[in-house]
Design a binder for this molecule. Structure first.
Ligand SMILES: CC(C)(COP(=O)(O)OP(=O)(O)OC[C@H]1O[C@@H](n2cnc3c(N)ncnc32)[C@H](O)[C@@H]1OP(=O)(O)O)[C@@H](O)C(=O)NCCC(=O)NCCS
Length: 200
C-alpha cells in the first residue's frame, strides 16, 4: 500500500528550501479558474520574497514520498504584501493582531482527503502560538458570476471556509494585479478577505 501523504509545518530557513516547490505549485494550480494566473517566475520572486524575509512565517507542505504535492503559507499580517496590508491599514486595524494566510495549493489527485483541512489546522496552530494574534485572515479572488471561463461544474469554496469558522468581509478588499491566462498585460483583481477570531 502507498504511504500516506505527510503534512509538515516548516518555519525559518526550512521555508527557503521549499520556495521553489511553492512557486511551481502556485503556477500549476492557479492556472485554473477562478485564479487563471499566467504565472511567471518574476512575479513569484516578488511575492515569495516576503516569506524568505519573515521570521514568523510558516509553510505547510504536503509531501508524497520525496515530492511536494501541496503547500500552504501564513505570516504576520504586518509582514504580508502591501496589497494585503492596505485594506486593514485603511480601516484603522491594528495589524499586529492579524495573522495572514497566503495560498493553499494542492495538486488535483490529492484533493478530497482532508489535506485542505489540515492546512487550516496547522496555520491556525501557528497563529495561536503568537500571543498578540487575535484573528486569522485570508483573501480570495472574486470573479463575475457569468465569467466566460467559469467551468460548468465549478464549486466555490465558500461552504468549506464557513465550516472552518470564517466570515466573508466584503469591506476588506485587496487590490492585486496579475496576468490572466491569454492576456498580454496584468489586470486588476479584487480579493475579498475572510476572517476568524481566535481570542480577544
Ligand atoms: C482548497 C484546497 C487546498 C482544498 O484541499 P482538499 O484537500 O481537497 O480539501 P479537503 O479534502 O480538506 O476538503 C475540505 C472540504 O472542502 C470541500 N472541497 C474540497 N475541494 C473543493 C472544491 N474544489 N470545491 C468545493 N468544495 C471543495 C470538501 O468536500 C470538504 O468539505 P467538508 O469539510 O464539508 O467535508 C484544494 O481544493 C485546492 O488546491 N484548490 C485550488 C486552489 C484554491 O482554490 N485554493 C484556495 C485559495 S488560495
Amino acid at each position: 500500500m502507498a504511504a500516506p501523504v505527510r503534512v509538515e509545518r516548516l518555519s525559518g530557513p526550512a521555508i527557503l528550501e521549499r520556495l521553489d516547490d511553492l512557486a511551481r505549485l502556485r503556477i500549476e494550480v492557479f492556472r485554473d479558474y477562478p485564479y487563471l494566473y499566467q504565472g511567471s517566475m518574476d512575479y513569484e520572486r516578488r511575492y515569495l520574497g516576503a516569506y524568505a524575509e519573515s521570521r514568523d512565517a510558516v509553510l505547510v507542505a504536503a509531501v508524497d514520498g520525496a515530492r511536494v504535492v501541496g503547500a500552504s503559507t501564513a505570516m504576520p499580517m504586518a509582514e504580508a504584501m502591501q496589497e494585503c496590508i492596505e485594506p486593514f491599514a485603511r480601516a484603522g486595524y491594528d495589524l499586529s493582531k492579524f495573522y495572514y494566510f497566503g495560498e493553499s495549493v494542492l495538486l488535483k489527485p490529492y484533493r478530497g482527503q482532508g489535506i485542505g483541512v489540515r492546512f487550516f489546522e496547522e496555520r491556525e496552530a501557528a497563529a495561536r502560538s503568537h500571543r498578540a494574534i487575535e484573528m486569522t485572515a485570508f483573501c480570495a479572488v472574486e470573479r463575475p458570476p457569468n465569467h466566460p471561463l467559469r467551468p460548468a461544474d465549478y464549486l466555490p469554496l465558500d461552504r468549506f471556509w464557513r465550516k472552518r469558522g470564517y466570515t466573508r468581509h466584503p469591506e476588506l478588499v485587496a487590490r492585486f494585479h496579475w496576468r490572466d491566462i491569454g492576456e498580454e498585460a496584468e489586470t486588476f483583481k479584487p480579493l475579498v478577505f475572510w476572517l476568524k477570531r481566535h481570542r480577544g
